[in-house]
Design a protein around this ligand. Structure first.
Ligand code: HEC
Length: 150
């Protein structure tokens, strides 16, 4: 089981490293976060490629998705409304005012370290804004952006 898991991850990482320009100097406490984020991004890219074989993840598209404004109950909302325009900064929940730790990996040693937590937060927040889960390409782009911001 362990072997199957690690080889799947290795293949996923390899696939991602071939077609991405994400930073490669992964070390120390951030290593596992980078691995989780990259592995997930790679899986989302594979999923997106089922719909469009030329699908390619982009940090720029991720930033556009992150700041894209949508109307929710007459109010302008975006991922950045809670997570702030600069994901390396502490966010603030628009409804409760509670502080939110930065989402950018470079600024938060806990972000993207747990696959289940990432997927759960994606589903919840995508439903909040779009009434449905986000497309695999959007999630992959979002992760690529979060991997890239310093
Ligand atoms: C209404 C406020 C709000 C909005 C809008 C929002 N988020 Fe979040 N998000 C949060 C909070 C609060 C947390 C921290 C949850 C925790 O620590 O358990 C979080 C955490 C996350 C995480 C987990 C990161 C980690 O630590 O692993 C992801 C991924 C995420 N959000 C994605 C998004 C995306 C994508 C959007 C836009 C579609 C979005 N969020 C919009 C409040 C928000």
């Amino acid at each position: 089981m362990k072997y199957i898991f690690s080889s799947t991850v290795a293949v996923a990482l390899l696939a991602f490293s071939v077609n991405s320009n994400a930073a490669n100097d992964v070390s120390g406490q951030f290593a596992s976060q980078f691995n989780v984020a990259r592995t997930l991004a790679s899986q989302y890219e594979q999923e997106a490629m089922k719909h469009d074989k030329n699908a390619k993840l982009s940090a720029e598209a991720g930033r556009a998705f992150y700041t894209k404004k949508v109307l929710v109950g007459g109010k302008e909302m975006s991922c950045s409304a809670c997570h702030t325009n600069d994901p390396t900064k502490e966010g603030k929940h628009v409804d409760t005012g509670k502080p939110i730790k930065p989402v950018a990996i470079s600024a938060n040693p806990d972000s993207f370290s747990d696959v289940k937590k990432v997927e759960k937060n994606f589903s919840t927040h995508c439903r909040d804004l779009y009434r449905k889960d986000c497309a695999a390409l959007d999630k992959g782009n979002f992760l690529t952006y979060m991997l890239s911001v310093k």
